[in-house]
Design a protein around this ligand. Structure first.
Ligand SMILES: *[C@@H]1O[C@H](CO)[C@@H](O)[C@H](O)[C@H]1NC(C)=O
Ligand SMILES: *[C@@H]1O[C@H](CO)[C@@H](O)[C@H](O)[C@H]1NC(C)=O
Length: 351
């Protein structure tokens, strides 16, 4: 059996388990609905991050990219402390697209100058890297890669992401759609699926098949997609293509159908959201026919639940120029808060 078939099979069994579990528990988009909000409140009052002196690049206020919005929000937030002794984590304000070699040099300088890196070999340190960093033999970049929490864009390059340690940022739509607050309750969808023409990976044959399929509508203008989106049951996100509007699709009641041939481990808010209850995951091996079978196979009851949970979860994927409670910035902070426990070696000079 091919690996992708196997992973699809695995995925379907996971979905089955998730479906059974959720039939027992109350419907919730969260992985830990009882602890999430109390923990979040605790984070608001307790969490402290020490930031090394930001380089001059960060005086810019580009707010169309999630990583710059994250950094400016963090630096202006009450989470920042100048007292390293009360800090849970240490933020390395590296420019997010520095090559690995420059990162290694900066880590080397920091570890010589200050004691904090050596205490945990970087495990309580956090850094941004757009596409994630690769393994290298240099000690400094190796510790950064293996120990520190990496925050990058979704999706990451294969091999540049370590599950359970690293985080991806919820995507930020550069041309946001004005999605109404509540999705239409009783939507009679005309189309099975909606796709956006821009940013679809060209090499994807499934995309080329679907372009001529009457069950699918292709939006050409990102700005006028709202009507077509609301008229479709599922919104298609081909892994590796444009995903910046996934939160808006969810808010509009269009259930995400994520097309990928490998298990996805780098979804944003992976520690917070129960993605299998919000989105349908499907491989490309069955072609357009297989994809449509999977989508048609989603029962009405499950579909309505996914739509509701997606709309409920969408607010956590939304970025704001001035951060709002439970928005993308705060949920990324929450994921960092979950990663705050590290063992610090006491500094001791062995003789
Ligand atoms: C941290 O450790 C490295 C190598 O083990 C050492 O060269 C460096 O001086 C140490 N840094 C501090 C601030 O003591
Ligand atoms: C939606 O449709 C169902 C069944 O067709 C109906 O019972 C319900 O009242 C409708 N809800 C709204 C908000 O119109």
């Amino acid at each position: 059996m091919a690996v992708s078939q196997l992973s699809l099979l695995l995925f379907h069994s996971l979905l089955a388990i998730a479906t059974i579990t959720s039939a027992v528990a109350a419907a919730t988009p969260y992985l830990s609905p009882t602890t999430l909000f109390p923990n979040y409140q605790k984070m608001l009052t307790t969490f402290k991050i020490y930031t090394y002196t930001p380089p001059s690049q960060f005086t810019s206020t580009v707010t169309t990219q999630p990583e710059s919005l994250f950094t400016t929000s963090l630096l202006a937030s009450p989470f920042v402390t100048q007292d390293p002794e009360e800090a849970h984590l240490f933020f390395l304000p590296f420019h997010p697209d520095l090559p690995t070699r420059s990162l290694a040099r900066q880590v080397r300088e920091l570890r010589q100058k200050l004691p904090y890196w050596n205490r945990t070999l970087g495990a309580d340190h956090v850094f941004l890297s757009l596409s994630g960093i690769d393994y290298s033999s240099d000690r400094n970049s190796l510790e950064l890669k293996k120990n520190s929490v990496q925050i990058s864009r979704f999706p990451t390059t294969s091999g540049h992401f370590i599950p359970h340690k690293d985080i991806t940022l919820p995507p930020l739509n550069p041309s946001p759609l004005a999605v109404p607050h509540a999705p239409p309750a009783n939507k009679t969808a005309t189309y099975l699926g909606y796709m956006r023409a821009d940013g679809l990976p060209e090499e994807s044959s499934i995309v080329n098949e679907l372009i001529n399929d009457p069950d699918f509508v292709i939006g050409s203008q990102p700005s006028d997609g709202l009507g077509e989106m609301g008229n479709s049951k599922f919104c298609l996100f081909v892994y590796g293509g444009e995903v910046t509007w996934i939160g808006e699709a969810m808010a509009a009641g269009c259930v995400p159908a994520v097309v990928a041939d490998r298990p996805i481990q780098d979804l944003p808010l992976m520690d917070v959201l129960r993605w299998t209850e919000i989105a349908v995951f499907v491989g490309t091996r069955g072609g357009a026919r297989g994809l449509k079978e999977v989508l048609r196979g989603v029962g009405e009851e499950r579909y309505e639940r996914m739509k509701g949970l997606g709309a409920e979860a969408s607010r956590h994927l939304a970025w704001n120029a001035a951060p709002q409670p439970h928005d993308a910035f705060h949920m990324v902070m929450y994921q960092l808060w979950l990663r705050r426990h590290t063992i610090r070696y006491t500094r001791r000079e062995w003789v």
